[in-house]
Write a protein that binds this ligand. Structure first.
Ligand SMILES: [Zn+2]
Length: 114
């Protein structure tokens, strides 16, 4: 399960961060996850609960922002947000595009500290 290894690295990153500021307590991690990242949000939330249990991060929340797929349409000459992530066609003119501008993200955006 891919989500489990992602949750592991998130825990490691956050614990490293806590060591730098010892009296801090992380109450939430803010993530940005693209529709093409291959991650299932619910599975990641579950994995996070499992992996963070028993660490200093137990009880910290994962706040996930889902990023849709954005392609650059060569016909419209602009970026277009796709309604899904199966078909890489411009939703306006139906042209095919493999020029993916957003949707692959897996970013730790911020740590919320109390
Ligand atoms: Zn187009």
């Amino acid at each position: 399960m891919h989500e489990l290894s992602v949750a592991h690295s998130l825990v490691e990153m956050a614990l490293d961060e806590m060591e730098r500021v010892p009296e801090s307590r992380i109450i939430a991690l803010h993530l940005r996850i693209g529709a093409l990242s291959g991650l299932v949000t619910d599975a990641l939330l579950f994995a996070w609960d499992v992996v963070s249990e028993g660490t200093k991060l137990q009880g910290a929340a994962l706040k996930i922002e889902d990023v849709p797929v954005v392609i650059f349409c060569p016909v419209c000459q602009q970026e277009q947000t796709l309604p899904g992530h199966q078909i890489f066609r411009c939703p306006r003119c139906n042209a095919k595009s493999a020029d993916i501008r957003r949707g692959r993200e897996l970013e730790l955006v911020a740590l919320e500290v109390s």
